[in-house]
Design a protein around this ligand. Structure first.
Ligand code: FAD
Ligand code: DHB
Length: 389
C-alpha cells in the first residue's frame, strides 16, 4: 500500500489532521491499535478554544458542534465561600465552546467515513520505519498478516503511550516532566449542571470542578490522592465531597443523581523536544501532556495539527519545505505557553500536600489579586480562550 501521509492514532489529533488533509486532496491512511467503539467510549476533555472550533469547521465536521455545543462567555473561580467570575468575552472578545471530546471524535469519524478515507482499526504492532530518510514506511499486523504502508511522511498522533515517540533514538530527544502529587476523580451523570457556567473551586479539602456536557448532563471532578481507588468512591461519597468544596449557594443548588462513568486521572506536565525527526512528526499527546486544569490538552493537539497541516499543504501545493521545517519550533512555542498556563492554574487551584503556610498565603494573595486586578483576570482569560496560532 502507498499513501502520502501515514497517520498513527485515531484520536482527535489524527482524525483532525486526516480530515484537513483529505479536504486538501492529500491522501492519508489512519491506523489505530484499538476499535472505533473503544475510542468512542473514552470520556476526556470538554472545553474547546475558538481556534479549535474554527479548525473543526474547516475540516467540515462542525455542524453538530454548533447545533448542540454550548458557547460559554465566562467561568467562575470559587474560593473562600464566594465566586469570582472571569468574564472571558468581556475581557478578550472571545468565548469557548463546551462540547465533549467524544462528540468531536464521533463527528470527525463520520466526516472521514463520508469522505471515503481509509482507517485501519485494531492494527497490531504498528511501527514507523526509516523516518530519517526520504522513504519512510509504517508496518502493522492485522489478522495475523504483516502489512506495509509506504509514504512521504508519518504523523505520530498516537498519544502519550504510543509507539511514535518511543521509536526515536534516545539521544535525539529531550524530555521535560513534572508529576503532581494528586489526581482527579471525575464522574458523568445525567443531572442538570449546578450552574450554567463552569466552576473551578479551591477549598481547604481540595480542588473541585463543575463542568457539563449539555443542559442535562454534568461532568464533575474532585481532587483525590494518588492512592484513591474508584471503587472506594460511591456516588453518595462523591457528591458529599463535591458539595463540601463549593460555596454554600452552589452546594444548596446541586441536583445529585447516579453517575454512569467514574474514573481517576493522574496529573502530569510533559514535553518532548523536538517534535520532528526527519519525516516523522509528533502531534498532540504523543509530544506533550498538560494537567487538565486549564482545559488545554485537546486544544494543544488541535494547534499542533494546524501547524503540521499547513506545512504539509505548502509542501504538496507549493513544493516548499519551509512549513514542514518550521513545524517543531512553531508548535513548541505555543505548547510551552499552554504548559505554563496549565501548571499555573493547577498550582493556583489545588491543595498541595507540601504547600506549608507560606505557599498557602501566596495562593490566597494570588486569588485576591485576581479578584481586584482586571489586568490579572484578563491575562488568565487570554490564556484560557487560547493564544493565537
Ligand atoms: P489520544 O486522544 O490519546 O489519541 C491517541 C490515539 O492513538 C488513540 O486512539 C490510541 O488508541 C492510539 N494509539 C496509541 N498507541 C498506538 C499504537 N502503538 N499504535 C496505533 N495506535 C495507537 N484534556 C482536557 O483538555 N480536559 C480534560 O478533562 C481531559 N481529561 C483527560 C482524561 C484522561 C484520562 C486523559 C488520558 C486525557 C485527558 N485530557 C483532557 C487530555 C485530552 O484528552 C488529550 O490531550 C487528547 O485526547 C489528545 O488527543 P490525541 O489525539 O493527541 O491523543
Ligand atoms: C472539563 C475538563 C477540564 O479539564 C476543564 O478544565 C474544564 C472542563 C470537562 O471535562 O468538562
Amino acid at each position: 500500500m502507498r499513501t502520502q501521509v501515514a497517520i498513527i492514532g485515531s484520536g482527535p489529533a489524527g482524525l483532525l489532521l486526516g480530515q484537513l488533509l483529505t479536504k486538501a486532496g492529500i491522501d492519508n491512511i489512519i491506523l489505530d491499535r484499538v476499535s472505533r467503539d473503544y475510542i468512542l467510549g473514552r470520556v476526556r476533555a470538554g472545553v474547546l478554544e475558538w481556534g479549535t472550533v474554527g479548525l473543526l469547521d474547516e475540516a467540515g465536521a462542525g455542524d453538530r458542534m454548533h447545533a448542540e455545543g454550548l458557547p460559554h462567555d465566562g467561568y467562575s473561580l470559587a474560593f473562600d465561600g464566594r465566586d469570582h467570575r472571569i468574564d472571558l468575552f468581556g475581557l478578550t472578545g472571545k468565548r469557548v465552546m463546551v462540547y465533549g471530546q467524544t462528540e468531536v471524535t464521533r463527528d470527525l469519524m463520520d466526516a472521514r467515513d463520508a469522505a471515503g478515507a481509509t482507517t485501519i482499526y485494531e492494527a497490531a504492532n504498528v511501527t514507523p520505519h526509516e523516518f530519517d530518510g526520504a522513504k519512510p514506511y509504517v508496518s502493522y499486523e492485522k489478522d495475523g498478516v504483516t502489512h506495509r504502508i509506504d509514504c512521504d511522511f508519518i504523523a505520530g498522533c498516537d498519544g502519550f503511550h504510543g509507539i511514535s515517540r518511543k521509536s526515536v533514538p534516545e539521544g535525539a530527544i529531550k524530555t521535560f516532566e513534572k508529576i503532581y502529587p494528586f489526581g482527579w476523580l471525575g464522574v458523568l451523570a445525567d443531572i442538570p449542571p449546578v450552574s450554567h457556567e463552569l466552576i473551578y473551586a479551591n477549598h481547604p479539602r481540595g480542588f473541585a470542578l463543575c463542568s457539563m456536557r449539555s443542559e442535562t448532563r454534568s461532568r464533575y471532578y474532585v481532587q483525590c490522592t494518588l492512592d484513591d481507588k474508584v471503587e472506594d468512591w460511591s456516588d453518595e461519597r462523591f457528591f458529599d465531597e463535591l458539595r463540601r468544596r463549593l460555596p454554600q449557594h452552589h452546594a444548596d443548588a446541586m441536583v445529585v443523581g447516579p453517575s454512569f462513568e467514574k474514573s481517576i486521572a493522574p496529573l502530569r506536565s510533559f514535553v518532548a523536544e523536538p517534535m520532528r525527526f526527519g519525516t516523522l512528526f509528533l502531534v498532540g499527546d504523543a509530544a506533550h501532556i498538560v494537567p487538565p486544569t486549564g482545559a488545554k490538552g485537546l486544544n494543544l493537539a488541535a494547534s499542533d495539527v494546524y501547524y503540521l497541516f499547513n506545512g504539509l499543504r505548502e509542501f504538496y501545493a507549493d513544493k516548499s519545505r519551509a512549513g514542514v521545517d518550521a513545524y517543531s519550533a512553531r508548535a513548541l512555542s505555543r505548547v510551552w505557553k499552554s504548559v505554563r498556563f496549565s501548571w499555573s492554574m493547577t498550582t493556583l487551584m489545588h491543595r498541595f500536600p507540601d504547600t506549608g503556610d507560606f505557599g498557602q498565603k501566596i495562593q490566597e494573595a494570588e486569588l485576591d489579586y485576581l479578584t481586584h486586578s482586571e489586568a490579572a483576570s484578563r491575562a488568565m482569560a487570554e490564556n484560557y480562550v487560547g493564544l493565537p496560532y
